[in-house]
Write a protein that binds this ligand. Structure first.
Ligand SMILES: [Zn+2]
Length: 431
């Protein structure tokens, strides 16, 4: 049995000082230090806050090799951003590049205290077997949890995309990984493709970009005479637990459909600002009972930055300092854990008996008192403001110990660099 001792626990629900946590893969017991009876492996957490490790609700591991990529880029709109950067990039990825980008991304996730990711994957050179490559690198090798899918798009062989999603989602399952059905966006999917998908997915939830840009809505209204969400819903695609990423240009009817179908909106404020596409209407989503989870759309791994941008961004959007409360923040955090917990059939997101031992320690010295009444203020203005996890555990395994990775990936990192060079060469040659 392992134990954290002298821990100040902060799991978004409660704040308690001087605690011990007994755990293996799962948290077995939490109590006051005065009652601690010993364990085989003990981590002294004096001076640290112990929190649940974090989750990224919408990301693209394939963005790993875009860092520093220097190609002609002069977009006038969002479609140009896709055509001039992302579609050039993902079209040049093969299985090997996918595997190594997974290792690099997982490495950075661990450093950022993130142990569960919901990925939206695309790779044009090879489609079949790529979700398994992500699972191999991120879950099997790097010991994180992931929910994966392939972005079906008319840019690719649609039948192969559908098969890849179904093979992975209906294949082996574990508490570490799971699959849902990926689709790129309404504007890159014909009615023919939507019908094919609708006929083949049964109750599998979908994961799609929805109304990320004005063009996505405009395309749907001009070509099909209806909004993006109405179009997807008319094909019976918005199943329970589906993820609609971005949801910026939704109207009331669309928000209502998402809420009624028990689907989720994955909001990505930092990415939205980077792409200059505007920010989602959190109030509209909330009014229609749409549960929001937070993602970063593949923009790095430090999701604490996205929580800060969510908190500040909504106040800016509504020109009101009370537009987004600490309760709203807690709800978004909890939604992510509940969603992934459901898909992986585990409990995560609390430091509590029966929950998985997915935890981080963060050194935190506060000039002011911390209590249950002000803990979320400490999260935003203290912990996330200078966020450097010291230790990270996933499923009870220590992955970051005193700021150092416990897995030796030195040699693998050389392979990662080699793969990135190959990908950039393929992009440069426009093969
Ligand atoms: Zn995305």
């Amino acid at each position: 049995m392992k134990a954290l001792i002298n821990a100040n626990i902060f799991d978004f629900e409660i704040y308690k000082e001087g605690q011990y946590v007994l755990f293996e893969e799962e948290i077995k017991e939490v109590g006051n230090m005065s009652e601690f009876k010993g364990a085989d492996e003990v981590y002294d957490c004096s001076g640290s806050i112990i929190m649940p490790s974090l989750l990224n609700g919408h990301t693209h591991v394939y963005s790993t090799f875009a860092r520093g990529l220097n190609i002609p880029f002069n977009p006038k709109n969002f479609k140009d951003i896709l055509e001039q950067l992302w579609w050039k990039m993902d079209s040049k990825l093969d299985r090997r590049a996918v595997y190594y980008s997974g290792i690099a991304y997982a490495h950075d996730c661990i450093k950022s205290g993130v142990t569960t990711i919901i990925d939206h994957h695309a790779s044009g050179l090879e489609i079949s077997g790529t979700l398994n490559e992500l699972k191999k690198s991120i879950c099997d090798y790097m010991s994180l949890r992931g929910i994966f899918c392939f972005e079906t798009s008319d840019r690719f062989n649609v039948d192969e995309c559908i098969k890849e999603n179904l093979d992975f989602a209906k294949g082996s399952k574990s508490n570490n990984y799971s699959g849902i059905f990926g689709m790129h966006a309404s504007m890159s999917l014909s009615d023919n493709t939507l019908k094919k998908i609708s006929d083949s997915i049964d109750d599998l939830p979908i994961h799609i970009h929805a109304a990320e840009s004005f063009e996505d809505e405009e395309d749907s209204k001009i070509k099909y005479g209806k909004s993006v969400v109405k179009r997807l819903d008319d094909f019976n695609l918005i199943k329970e637990n589906s993820i609609l990423a971005h949801c910026i240009y939704l109207d009331k009817e669309e928000a209502e459909i998402i809420g009624k179908r028990n689907a989720y909106a994955a909001i990505n404020p930092t990415s939205n600002m980077n792409n200059a596409v505007g920010l989602f209407d959190y109030r509209l989503l909330k009014e229609h009972n749409v549960r929001c989870i937070l993602g970063n759309d593949g923009l790095g791994t430090n999701i604490s930055r996205d929580y800060l941008n969510l908190f500040f961004g909504m106040k800016y959007r509504f020109k009101s300092p009370i537009a987004f409360s600490f309760d709203d923040l807690k709800e978004v955090i909890d939604n992510g854990y509940k969603y992934a917990g459901k898909l992986l059939n585990i409990k995560i997101g609390r430091i509590k008996t029966g929950y998985r031992a997915d935890m981080i320690s963060v050194l935190y010295k506060s000039p002011t008192a911390i209590s249950n009444d002000n803990k979320m203020s400490h999260l935003i203005f203290g912990i996330f403001d200078n966020f450097h996890p010291k230790d990270v555990w996933c499923d009870g395994e220590i992955l970051l110990k005193n700021y150092e990775m416990t897995k030796n990936i030195g040699d693998i990192y050389n392979e990662i660099k080699k793969e990135s060079i190959k990908v950039w060469e393929r992009i440069g040659k426009g093969e």
